[in-house]
Design a protein around this ligand. Structure first.
Ligand code: FAD
Length: 276
């Protein structure tokens, strides 16, 4: 069980920022609670002051803003998985939801929580990097936007300041001929991936992001350039050279590197081609 702490419910974003300022270093934003509450119960943190943002309606839902989709931070995994705008314009996110945990967790967990938590094995951070998404944050100094590839800094570490709230993610809408694919290997359905890969193939070129192969999602630039040149073997070799995965009780670094190459080939095959 968690140690004793405090709780306050925010009515809107300015109120949440006020509560965070009052709480100081003990302040913790509570969204779906699917990672935070587990960490509290394991006593990985102590004496937290929870700032519950779950009733802030403005942070929930998906809006078409023209060139992109604006997805509120409190949009739950299950809602992302069934949203028709996302299915049409950002199908990578729809596919990702099938790989995330189980129904009960998907019904509570939020996309903002998954991005802010920045688990190296999580699917949404890698999707955000592969899609070239933008993260929206609000803090005492106002609102700012951070490119997803600059947002994830390390294991459970992002560019968010302690007193900032992640309010939304904007995802560029897919072009007419775009394909978006996720491939991953996990021990069982719903487990975190041993290694996973997102491939986006758009008119402007390929984007490849790998997860569970380092402290943060890896945007595999050399592999992307090789795919743009139509060189799949070169792309696999470049990808494996770009990764520096960890060895742990789940898999060795060599195995993860090998899987990444296999997943890239599978993704290219599913996208219907040899790269460019
Ligand atoms: P919370 O648990 O409420 O918060 C997590 C952290 O993010 C906290 O530090 C919190 O303060 C911070 N935070 C939350 N929202 C915001 C915000 N808007 N602004 C700033 N900070 C914020 N995830 C996967 O991706 N893939 C999986 O396969 C997977 N499997 C799982 C299996 C199990 C058994 C469990 C319990 C969880 C699993 N998860 C998995 C994690 C799940 O997706 C979580 O829901 C998610 O990582 C966190 O989202 P949340 O809304 O529950 O956030």
């Amino acid at each position: 069980k968690a140690s004793a702490g405090g709780y306050a419910r925010a009515n809107d974003v300015p109120h949440a920022l006020q509560l965070l300022a009052l709480a100081g270093a003990a302040g913790r934003i509570l969204a779906g609670g699917q990672s935070l509450v587990a960490a509290m119960n394991m006593r990985l943190s102590d004496g937290d002051m929870l700032v519950d943002i779950t009733r802030i309606g403005a942070l929930r839902g998906v809006t078409d803003t023209g060139d992109s989709l604006h997805i509120g931070a409190l949009t739950r995994h299950a809602e992302v998985g069934t949203d028709p705008l996302i299915r049409t314009h950002a199908p990578l996110l729809t596919e990702a939801v099938h790989h995330i945990a189980h129904a009960a967790i998907r019904n509570r967990g939020t996309i903002g929580g998954a991005l802010a938590h920045a688990d190296p094995a999580a699917e949404f951070p890698a999707c955000a990097v592969a899609l070239g998404a933008v993260i929206h944050a609000e803090g005492p100094e106002g609102a700012r936007q951070i490119l997803a590839e600059d947002f994830f800094e390390g294991v459970f570490t992002t560019a968010l300041a302690e007193n900032e709230i992640l309010t939304a993610i904007s995802v560029p809408k897919a072009d007419a001929a775009e394909t978006q694919i996720m491939e991953e290997v996990a021990r069982r359905g719903g487990d975190y991936a041993l290694t996973g890969l997102c491939l986006v193939r758009r008119a402007a070129g390929h984007r490849v992001a790998v997860f569970s192969a380092g402290p943060a999602p890896v945007l595999a630039r050399a592999a992307m350039a090789a795919l743009d040149a139509g060189d799949i073997d070169g792309a696999v070799a470049a990808l494996q050279a770009e990764l520096d995965p960890p060895s742990d009780t789940q898999a060795s670094a060599g195995y993860r590197r090998h899987i990444a190459g296999v997943l890239l080939r599978r993704a290219v095959e599913r996208s219907g081609g040899q790269g460019a």
